[in-house]
Design a protein around this ligand. Structure first.
Ligand code: B12
Length: 222
């Protein structure tokens, strides 16, 4: 039964049919499937599969992936309160687009993937100054700052990741808060993240969840 549900849910994602996808989730709950099973065996594998299809054989499009990430987020928000015990949160992340940069689509996909994988994510929006990234990470107890930059000058610019690094250093926060970057310039040059003194980069939302899980482990418990 679960297998047919998985296929129908994935079809709804491919059709970007949010109502159908969420209706399927509700129906399977009524049929006795646990919310935990739905999240870990349906919702999360589906967004991972779409990400693979997108990068490997272009079987899906970016717009499908974008809507799928939003549907996944909605599904997680609907199902988490129904878990029999609170899920283990893997870490806390603040995410935003670099100062001067108003590209927000990729960041939203990353946010959706992180939430699907049980990270607490605070989205600071677009055009976020370096100081705000750090202030928010400190006040929310986040161990990772995730910076999206879609243009070369906002990736390398003076109020981007480099400044976040500088502030973390000045305030003695480097052991507690890690920096991950992503976006078009980093995809173009896989070593660019080093030039902006980030701890890591990732090519897409699913990869970001893996890399961030590693970064969280490097941070000593508070
Ligand atoms: C859509 C788009 C726009 C839209 C943005 C809409 C929106 N609300 O976001 C609009 C039309 C508004 C726009 C405006 C501009 N744009 Co524009 N835009 C694009 C375009 C075509 C696609 C970007 C996109 O959304 N991709 C889809 C998402 C899903 O992919 P993504 O962002 O790469 O995200 C994925 C990964 O990169 C990664 N990722 C993303 N963020 C993060 C963060 C972390 C932490 C991690 C780990 C991973 C990660 O995961 C995501 C999911 O897989 C790109 C071209 C391109 N191929 O990238 C140009 C592009 C980025 N834009 C460009 C330019 C120049 C501009 C403008 C300056 C144009 C102008 N003259 O006005 C303005 C800038 C406005 C500003 N100040 O920000 C240039 C930048 C060139 C450069 N060398 O810097 C590009 C590269 C186009 C080009 N080839 O010239 N743009």
């Amino acid at each position: 039964m679960l297998q047919s549900f998985v296929s129908r849910y994935y079809e709804a994602l491919l059709d970007t049919d949010r109502d159908q996808a969420l209706a399927l989730l509700t129906k399977s709950l009524e049929d006795g499937v646990s919310p935990e099973e739905i999240v870990f065996e349906v919702v999360t594998p589906a967004i991972e599969r779409m990400s693979r299809d997108l990068t490997r054989d272009l079987a899906t499009t970016l717009s499908q992936h974008f809507i799928a990430a939003q549907i996944s987020e909605a599904a997680i928000e609907m199902l988490l309160p129904l878990f029999s015990s609170a899920p283990e949160i893997k870490g806390s992340v603040v995410i935003g687009t670099s100062s001067g940069d108003f590209h927000g689509l990729g960041k939203k996909i990353v946010r959706g993937c992180l939430r699907t994988k049980m990270f607490t994510v605070t989205d600071l929006g677009v055009n976020v100054p370096a100081e705000r990234f750090v202030d928010q990470a400190v006040s929310l107890g986040a161990s990772v700052i995730a910076i999206s930059a879609m243009m070369v000058h906002t990736a390398l610019g003076p109020d981007g990741a480099l400044k976040v690094r500088q502030i973390l250093r000045q305030r003695g926060l480097e052991p507690r808060i890690k920096i991950i970057v992503g976006g078009a310039p980093f995809r173009f040059d896989g070593n660019l993240y080093r030039s902006v003194c980030a701890d890591a980069w990732a090519d897409n939302g699913i990869e970001a969840t893996r890399v961030i899980a590693g970064l969280v482990k490097e941070v000593p418990p508070a």
